[in-house]
Design a binder for this molecule. Structure first.
Ligand code: SAM
Ligand code: SF4
Length: 318
């Protein structure tokens, strides 16, 4: 599928649940989920039907996200089924990893060989603060379990928040010396009704380059949203994902499917195309509509210019 701007759309991000065992302040309201119109996430059969139709139209890459995908009781079966869809060449997951350690090997066997783990701090007290109750030790156990299970690449997503973790940039970067991982610093996005931050929390990724002057640029993968660097002597790499200071819309090759069955042509636009309950040609027509409605680029984002998305991130999946 090609959109109106000549971009080949072959990557579907699937949020399999709005629920999460954590409550990160920039992502989810303190009291958890607001009820969504359909009240609950779709069943495995519904995700599989939509992903199969998308694959028949040319989707080649799937990413399972949430909420927290590992809170779903059927996540192994769902993963196996999604990865087994004809035409799907790559399946991956984004997780907070706190529930990962006991299931990492099973998840690997179910087809997840590439994983992104969210980790914003190496300080256990700050981890508990930003996640509203999470345990850093559980996330680190999950990280190690992913590596030991053979997942490759293992990427860490770190949302950079001025005054919260910018003083840890060097420490977090050291993880790429200890482990063969890709550590990606992501600019904090003003999206949804969660996370009230002062303007100073929104810092550009150029701060990372200032704090780590020894970083050497390395070649990025095609369609990667991250600009990649390496520290001398490190096993892993550092990525900068800069939706505010340097958006990557020209490289966008994705659609997002929400847990309640809507396709989002763009992360930061309000438009959603409902696909739940559609079948056959009607379902495929809705997927093609979502592709054709992809805007050339998203709105400007800054501390004062918020995303136009009606959903917070836990209801989209990142
Ligand atoms: N629960 C899983 C996790 O945390 O990895 C998957 C879902 S989470 C919504 C996906 C990604 O979105 C995470 O890496 C998270 O840090 C990121 N995210 C959430 N809210 C964000 C925001 N306001 N700005 C930037 N990234 C955000
Ligand atoms: Fe949950 Fe992930 Fe959002 Fe944190 S970022 S609240 S772990 S969905």
């Amino acid at each position: 599928m090609t959109d109106g701007y000549g971009r080949k759309i072959e990557y579907l991000r699937i949020s399999v649940t709005d629920a999460c065992n954590l409550r990160c302040t920039y992502c989810m309201p303190e009291n958890g989920m607001k009820s969504c119109p359909c009240k609950s996430a779709m069943g495995a059969d519904e995700f599989i039907e939509i992903a199969t139709a998308a694959a028949e139209l040319g989707m080649r890459k799937l990413r399972i996200t949430g909420g927290e995908p590992l809170v779903r009781g059927d996540i192994l079966e769902l993963t196996r089924a999604l990865g087994g869809i004809k035409g799907v060449e790559d399946i991956s997951m984004t997780t907070n990893a706190t529930l990962l350690a006991p299931v990492a090997e099973d998840l690997y066997k179910a087809g997840i060989h590439r994983i992104n783990i969210s980790l914003d701090t190496l300080d256990p007290i700050k981890y508990e603060q930003i996640t509203r109750g999470g345990k850093l030790t559980s996330a680190l156990e999950g990280l190690r379990a992913a590596i030991y299970a053979g997942m490759e690449p293992v990427k860490i997503n770190t949302v950079l928040i001025g005054g919260f973790n910018d003083m840890e940039i060097g420490l977090l970067a050291e993880l790429t010396v200890a482990y063969p991982i890709e550590l990606r610093f992501i600019e904090l996005m003003p999206i949804g009704d969660t996370g009230v931050f002062t303007a100073s929390a929104y810092i550009p990724n150029s701060t990372v380059l200032q704090r780590l002057p020894g970083l050497v640029p390395v070649e990025s993968e095609p369609h990667s949203v991250a600009r990649l660097y390496k520290m001398p002597h490190a096993q892993g790499r550092i990525g900068l994902i800069s939706p505010l200071s340097n958006h990557f819309c020209a490289e966008c090759n994705r659609l997002r499917l929400t847990a309640d069955g809507c396709l989002k042509p763009c992360l930061h636009s309000a438009e959603e195309i409902p696909v739940r309950g559609l079948h056959g040609d009607a379902l495929k027509a809705a997927i093609l509509t979502a592709v054709s409605h992809k805007p050339q680029m998203h709105v400007e984002l800054s501390a004062t210019e918020r995303s136009e998305s009606k959903r917070s991130m836990y209801r989209i999946g990142g």
